[in-house]
Design a protein around this ligand. Structure first.
Ligand SMILES: *Cc1c(COP(=O)(O)O)cnc(C)c1O
Length: 346
């Protein structure tokens, strides 16, 4: 009985592709782009991604939480902007080098005299000062004025233009303050959505910012899981928990070392496609915690110890998300801590 050398799956993150995606987004935007590194760089590693982008000239970084900002500042050193989208309390320790996003009049008052980014709500109703309070913004001097689009992935939705119009009105109240409007998908909405600084996250990591159209971004993530065992089963044999898949023909089953505890979502049960040497490999049965089974009957060359590609060409994060009934963002931010991570240098 052969035992494979290492049982964990290998997650490969292409930092050169992240940097190329950042440059491409800047070219489409026609103005600078920040990088959004919240949730550990969408699961890919805020530290290595941040280092690679800073070395390429990226000077503005956004995270969600104070702790994320402190960690990123330690990685980047002084210099680049590190902004915290969810804001933080004044007096929190070690925040001198971080810039809070001010999301309310109370935030503005609390941080008076210190640098801050002002977020206005133009139609998402999530964070930011709502329009009925904009009359009280006169004299506020933020480092940046920002808002966030709710439906940039639906270019024809009327809310996009409505938000751009309201943002223009907010800008008119604070003349001379630089502005930040678009995230990944918004960059592709055209010149009405350009600003002094775009804030892409998803597209840096290879997710498609133009749903329904070819993906203009380079793929960044590859996940390869070794086959631990293979078995021949007779027609009528069931596979896995719940006996949810039953062989209709004599079949070969490969069991690989990744499961829902690794972020290979249980909702992919019976739905995902992996690949081997460019051939599609259907997932069969349920995804279990550490293991997943695939029908490799039509892949006679496959041997135990070979790796199936769970995320890669033919099974991109966006495609997996569609099969799992979610979005590529959730596939990336779920990527597990047990994978052996390797970074291709920028
Ligand atoms: C997450 C986030 C972004 C990045 O959005 P993507 O769609 O990943 O590009 C930008 N701005 C704000 C306020 C966000 O919350």
């Amino acid at each position: 009985m052969a035992t494979v050398a290492a049982t964990e799956a290998v997650l490969t993150i292409d930092l050169a592709a992240v940097v190329a995606n950042w440059r491409r987004l800047g070219a489409v935007h026609g103005a600078p782009c920040a990088a959004v590194l919240k949730a550990d760089g969408y699961g890919l590693g805020a530290a290595p991604v941040g280092r690679a982008l800073a070395a390429a000239g990226c000077w503005h970084f956004f995270v969600a939480h104070l702790a994320e900002g402190l960690a990123l500042r330690a990685v980047l050193g002084p210099g680049p902007l590190v902004a915290v989208l969810n804001g933080f309390a004044t007096g929190a320790d070690g925040t001198a080098g971080l810039t809070p996003v001010l999301n309310s009049l109370a935030d503005i008052a609390a941080h008076q005299g210190r640098p801050g980014i002002l977020q206005v709500d133009t139609g998402m109703a999530r964070l930011g000062v709502p329009p009925q309070e904009w009359g009280r913004l006169a004299g506020v001097q933020p480092a940046l004025l920002m808002t966030h689009l709710a439906v940039p992935d639906q270019p024809d939705h009327p809310l996009n233009a409505a938000q751009a119009g309201r943002f223009a009105a907010a800008r008119a109240l604070l003349p001379g303050v630089p502005a930040s409007l678009a995230a990944s998908a918004g960059i592709f909405l055209g010149p009405d959505f350009a600003s002094d600084l775009a804030r892409p996250g998803a597209a840096l990591y290879g997710l498609n910012p133009t749903p329904g159209q070819p993906n203009p971004m380079l793929p960044v993530v590859r996940l390869e899981a070794p086959v631990l065992q293979m078995r021949e089963i007779a027609a009528g044999t069931s596979v896995g928990y719940g006996a949810s898949w039953v062989a209709e023909r004599p079949s070969r089953v490969a069991t690989v070392a990744a499961g829902y505890a690794d972020g290979y979502l249980r909702a992919l049960s019976g739905r995902a496609i992996a690949s081997f040497q460019g051939q599609p490999v259907p997932l069969i049965g349920r995804v279990s915690m550490d293991l997943t089974t695939f029908d490799v009957t039509d892949l006679p060359a496959l041997r135990p110890g070979d790796a199936l590609t769970l995320i890669g060409p033919g099974c991109t994060p966006d495609e997996l998300a569609e099969r799992a009934g979610t979005i590529g963002y959730e596939i990336l931010t779920s990527l597990g801590a047990r994978y052996r991570r390797q970074y291709q240098p920028a």
